[in-house]
Write a protein that binds this ligand. Structure first.
Ligand code: FAD
Length: 404
């Protein structure tokens, strides 16, 4: 039987697996099953440039139709997989058709979390995960009188910034006492809180939303644990994402808030790999880490494709991520969790980097409006180079020399 790899999910990770399989000289069949009715597209602009009308929708698509034809990748739109039968090595689609595989890649991504509170399904309550969600928000945004963003994380704050740029009133309601608390340190949270306030967004911290109230089926107010009633005709839920791991779990693969993969994208079945937002990575120290980023989808996708062709290429690069809010670009390299000190490298008002250390070891760098420093930080982290702290603090000092 000829080799055939079936990829479930045609997002950033699914596309990367298909592309890398051909780059690895895989000559068998590749079937790329897209649950959505769109070819692979990038999600980051949906809450940034696209939402602000600065990027045409066509620019979201990662590859043109000729790309798939040239590589003989059988991309099928609207092809939703409902089950995996590992014994017969087949996947079953929603239309009842069956696809056999010699190797299977799961790249099913994640979906937006919805809170289990009354009113979460009212009209005017939106999540932002895909193009349809983004179109719906873009349509409502210019007309909204009272926008409430629930969740002060990246996506919520990017939507808040887009709304303020359009002159719409925005309140951001956050359960914790600072912004982006799971991803950045207090100093960065404070910088962004000041930025949002300076642009006229209202921030409500330590505030728990308990219900959404409606009028004629449309959202009218957000109710908090303190019985505050905040008027709202557009509510954006930005409270995180849930890995789409149900297919894998039903097929008996190991899952733990995501499909558990090793550093090669391997799952508990040697014929099945997984990559991207649907996964949780078991690091060599045994710790489970969930990373939801383009870089993770791309790097895990490359490793997973290599594994399917029998090569071992671990995914090792330091994680990185970015967020655009107003005219500020935040870029993060490495994971600052567990830092015991940091050094500021200040290049001007609203342009600085924070270098995080554990002991003398550099573990992460957050940069605000310093794209060059972010790229440098990634190279330093990948090379395992920890610059001297005094050298970092001197903004005029050259750190590039350390890479030579
Ligand atoms: C608004 C927004 C902004 C973001 N901004 C950033 C950013 O600034 N920087 C950054 O690094 N990351 C950002 N991200 C995260 C980034 O987009 C994701 O990490 C990345 O898209 C993950 O790619 P993926 O292929 O794993 O999953 P996805 O892109 O979610 O793709 C998975 C695909 O699989 C399909 N699928 C699911 N189940 C099935 C099934 N059973 N059968 C067939 N198909 C199925 C889904 O419909 C989906 O199309 C953002 C995400 C969003 C939503």
């Amino acid at each position: 039987m000829s080799e055939k790899i079936v990829i479930v999910g045609a997002g950033q990770a699914g596309l990367q697996i298909a592309e890398s399989l051909r780059a690895e000289a895989f000559a068998g069949d590749i079937v790329l099953l897209a649950g959505e009715n769109f070819p692979p597209y990038q999600r980051p602009p949906l809450s940034k440039a696209w939402l602000q009308g600065e990027v045409a929708e066509q620019r979201l698509f990662l590859r043109g139709a000729d790309f798939f034809a040239a590589r003989n990748i059988d991309l099928r739109l609207g092809a939703h997989v409902t089950a995996i039968d590992r014994a017969s090595k087949t996947v079953i689609l929603a239309d009842g058709s069956v696809e056999n595989y010699s190797g299977l890649a799961l790249a099913t991504g994640a979906r937006a979390r919805r809170p289990a509170i009354a009113g979460a399904d009212l009209a005017g309550v939106c999540v932002l995960r895909d193009i349809e969600d983004a179109r719906s928000i873009a349509h409502r945004l210019p007309l909204a009188e009272n926008i409430v963003v629930i969740g002060g994380g990246f996506i919520g704050l990017e939507v808040a910034a887009a709304a303020r740029k359009k002159g719409r009133p925005v309140k951001v309601v956050e359960t914790l006492d600072r912004l982006m608390a799971r991803a950045v340190t207090p100093k960065i949270s404070t910088f962004f809180a000041d930025l949002h306030r300076a642009h006229g967004a209202e921030l409500l911290f330590s505030t728990q939303v308990t219900a959404l109230e409606g009028r004629d089926g449309r959202v009218a107010a957000v109710i908090t644990a303190e019985d505050q009633k905040i008027p709202a005709d557009l509510v954006i839920l930005g409270i995180g994402a849930i890995a789409n791991d149900e297919l894998a779990a039903a097929a008996g693969l190991e899952v733990s808030r995501g499909i558990v993969v090793d550093s090669y994208g391997g799952t508990s079945d040697s014929a099945i790999v997984a990559a991207g937002d649907c996964t949780v990575w078991r690091r060599d120290d045994g710790k489970l880490l969930r990373l939801e980023s383009v870089q993770n989808a791309v790097e895990q996708g490359k490793a997973a494709a290599a594994s399917l062709t029998g090569r071992k290429k671990p995914f090792v690069a330091a994680p990185w991520f970015w967020s655009d809010q107003y005219d500020v670009k935040l870029q993060m390299a490495g994971l600052s969790e567990g830092f015991d000190g940091f050094v500021e490298r200040v290049s001007g008002e609203s342009a600085f980097s924070l270098f995080y250390y554990r002991g003398e070891k550099l573990i992460a760098v957050d940069s605000v409006n310093r794209p060059g420093e972010h790229l440098l930080a990634r190279k330093l982290l990948d090379a395992g180079i920890s610059p001297d702290k005094a050298q970092v603090a001197d903004a005029a000092g050259d750190l590039r020399g350390l890479l030579r």
